[in-house]
Design a protein around this ligand. Structure first.
Ligand SMILES: NC(=O)c1ccc[n+]([C@@H]2O[C@H](COP(=O)([O-])OP(=O)(O)OC[C@H]3O[C@@H](n4cnc5c(N)ncnc54)[C@H](O)[C@@H]3O)[C@@H](O)[C@H]2O)c1
Length: 313
């Protein structure tokens, strides 16, 4: 149940990268249908233009942009300003997957995955940042993946998506100071990318196709990107109508009386198969205080008044 207030994007301008197909296309359609002017970025000119045509024929406003996020981020911002003279929202959606075992994958494939997903998100967000600050209610959505947890054959994708999470977690702390909200999602939905991943498992593919539709993720992205949404700084899993916040957490600490390599060898099973209550961490400071508290509680207490986000500045 919504609280009855329509989330309208009239007067807003959004860049959606990789919006020629898949999730990005749905984000672009959703924001445009709610009144945003949308820059549909994709390296495929045909796909980008097709989405623009779809938006315009439905009564919305959009322009195509065909720059590569990995190397031409500034040009995406430039063409946005040329078309609409402002920028309020960036959805860093473009990403690619190239599979291969780490010791076999050509390094150019590894770094291309990183460049599109991570460098593209960083450079576009950097080029957009002053305009998002000027907006007064700038919004950045970053796209990570449950792939960050890892599976054999996807080291580049996993590492790039983990880097995005850490980038967004930190950027959000800086964004708080200037009115720019940053959120990161781990989406799951039926798209050309997921269809390719599940091509060999039709039973899983059919659940994706029927029950994990991109519109569900697009609704969540529209919620995060809206100027009235206070949610900020989180990493959210979203699939179907279910979302959850994810955090880094630790199991109970393992202390060894004998602080030698042999002492740790004696504790190996407690580290390998940990159990007990999880302690979540949201910022570097949370973790540092937790470590200090285990070693010198008085020093940890003396730091507690420093806001976690401001530890280093
Ligand atoms: N589909 C899922 O279930 C899923 C799961 C986890 C994460 N994701 C992430 O969501 C995002 C979108 O995924 P999708 O499934 O819609 O992918 P997709 O492959 O269907 O679409 C990606 C789009 O990005 C474009 N693109 C690729 N390189 C680009 C570049 N350098 N510059 C601009 N555009 C570029 C492609 O042309 C394509 O249109 C990706 O970042 C992906 O990693 C998707």
């Amino acid at each position: 149940m919504s609280n009855g207030k329509e989330l309208n994007f009239d007067g807003r301008v959004a860049i959606i990268t990789g919006a020629g197909q898949g999730l990005g296309r749905h984000y672009a359609m959703e924001l445009a249908a709610r009144g945003s002017r949308v820059v549909v970025n994709d390296v495929s000119p045909l796909k980008a233009q097709a989405v623009v045509d779809e938006i315009v024929s439905a009564g919305g406003q959009a322009v195509a942009d065909v720059h590569d996020v990995a190397s031409q981020a500034q040009s995406i911002v430039d063409s946005t300003l040329e078309a609409y003279r402002q920028l309020d929202i960036v959805v860093n959606n473009a990403g690619i997957m190239r599979e291969g075992l780490f010791c076999e994958q050509p390094m150019e494939d590894f770094w291309r995955v990183f460049d599109v997903s991570f460098r593209g998100s960083v450079e576009l967000t950097r080029a957009a940042w002053p305009h998002l600050v000027s907006s007064g209610s700038g919004r950045v959505v970053l796209v990570s993946s449950n792939g960050l947890l890892g599976a054999a054959g996807v080291t580049a994708y996993a590492a790039a998506k983990a880097a995005i999470w850490s980038f967004g977690n930190t950027l959000a702390m800086e964004g708080t100071r200037v009115g720019v909200h940053v959120s990161t999602i781990m989406p799951t939905a039926w798209t050309p990318m997921s269809a390719a991943s599940w091509a060999g498992r039709p039973e899983v593919a059919s659940v994706f196709r029927d029950k994990m539709v991109p519109d569900d993720v697009a609704a969540f992205v529209a919620f995060l990107a809206h100027q009235d949404t206070s949610l900020h700084g989180g990493l959210f899993q979203i699939a179907g109508g279910n979302a959850a916040r994810l955090v880094l957490s630790r199991f109970p600490r393992v202390a060894v009386p004998d602080r030698t390599a042999e002492g740790w060898a004696g504790a190996a099973s407690r580290l390998e198969e940990p159990s007990g209550e999880l302690q979540p961490f949201f910022a570097t400071a949370d973790h540092l205080f937790d470590e200090l508290a285990a070693i010198d509680p008085a020093v940890a207490d003396s730091l507690r008044d420093i806001p976690a986000a401001d530890l280093f500045t």
